[in-house]
Design a protein. Structure first.
Ligand code: SAH
Length: 252
C-alpha cells in the first residue's frame, strides 16, 4: 500500500475495468509510451497487457510509489524514472516520437498540456484523465464560456475528443471533483500560417481580459493602434483557431 499524499494529487484508481477502458483509448499503432504519475500501477498493469507496446517509461515523482512499482512490476519493456514530469527533458528521453498517458495529477494538468504543446512535434497522441471541467474546457468549441487559452492552443495542433466521464467513487481517496478521460491526436498542421510565438502571446493576452473586445484587450500587448478590422470588435471567446491566426497576422 502507498499512503495517498494530497499535495501530489494522489487519487488512486480502484477499478481495473476503468483502467482498461482508459488504456484502450490509446491507438495501438504507437509502441513507445510514457505514463505520467503511475502511482501504484493500475494503468501500468493494463498497458503491459498490450503486446504492441515495446517501450514503457513511467515517470513518477513519489519515492514511495516508485519503491512500490519496483517491487511489484518487472518487465523488460518497462523503465521507471523517479522524477518530476514537468522538469524532464522529453527530447532527450525520447529521441523519436512518444505518446503520453496517465491519470494525471490534477493540480498540474494544465502545465502538462503546456509541455505537450512545447513538444507537439514529438507527441502524436495523449490520453489523460483530468478534472471534468478542464476536459470540457479543452474540448470546447468557440462561443462558449468554457473556451479558453488551452482550448485554442491545443486545438491548433490536436484533434480533441472527450472520451468519457469517470465518477469520484472509483478512486481512493475520492477526489472532490468529477473526472474525465480526454484524447488528443496530433492534426495535420505542421506550422500555423502566422508567427507562432506572436500567436501564443495574442491568445494569452486576449483571454487575459476575456470580457473586453479584442481591440481593448490587445492594447496590453501592442499599445494603442489605429487600424480597424471586424475581428477587433469581437471578444476572445468568439474566435476560432483560424480567426486567431488571422488576428495574429494583423499585427505581424
Ligand atoms: N495512475 C495512478 C495514480 C494517479 S494519481 C492511478 O490511476 O491510480 C497521480 C499520480 O501522479 C501520483 O502517483 C503522484 O505521485 C504522481 N505525480 C504527482 N505530481 C507529479 C509530477 N510532477 N511528476 C510525476 N508524477 C507526479
Amino acid at each position: 500500500m502507498v499512503r495517498p499524499k494530497k499535495h501530489l494529487g494522489q487519487h488512486f484508481l480502484k477499478d481495473a475495468n476503468i483502467a482498461r477502458k482508459i488504456t484502450a483509448c490509446l491507438d495501438t499503432k504507437h509502441t513507445t509510451v510514457c505514463e505520467i504519475g503511475p502511482g501504484t500501477g493500475i494503468l501500468t498493469q493494463s498497458l503491459l497487457e498490450r503486446e504492441n507496446i515495446s517501450e514503457l517509461t513511467l515517470i513518477e515523482i513519489d519515492t514511495e510509489s516508485v519503491e512500490y512499482l519496483n517491487s511489484h512490476f518487472s518487465d523488460d519493456r518497462m523503465k521507471i524514472l523517479e522524477a518530476d514530469f514537468l522538469k524532464t527533458n522529453l527530447e532527450e528521453l525520447f529521441p523519436s516520437d512518444v505518446v503520453l498517458i496517465g491519470n494525471f495529477p490534477y493540480n498540474i494538468s494544465s502545465q502538462i498540456f503546456f509541455k505537450v504543446l512545447e513538444n507537439r512535434n514529438h507527441i502524436p497522441e495523449v490520453v489523460g484523465m483530468i478534472q471534468k471541467e478542464v476536459a470540457e474546457r479543452i474540448a470546447s468549441p468557440p462561443g462558449n464560456k468554457t473556451y479558453g487559452i488551452l482550448s485554442v492552443l491545443l486545438q491548433s495542433w490536436y484533434d480533441i475528443e472527450y472520451c468519457f466521464t469517470v465518477n469520484e467513487t472509483v478512486f481512493y481517496p475520492p477526489p472532490k471533483v468529477k473526472s474525465a478521460v480526454i484524447r488528443l491526436r496530433r492534426n495535420k498542421t505542421t506550422a500555423l500560417d502566422c508567427d507562432e510565438n506572436l500567436f501564443f502571446k495574442v491568445v494569452k493576452t486576449a483571454f487575459g481580459q476575456r470580457r473586453k473586445t479584442l481591440r481593448n484587450a490587445l492594447k496590453v500587448l501592442f499599445g494603442h493602434f489605429e487600424f480597424d478590422h471586424p475581428l477587433l470588435s469581437q471578444r476572445a471567446e468568439q474566435l476560432s483557431v483560424s480567426e486567431f491566426v488571422n488576428l495574429t497576422k494583423l499585427f505581424e
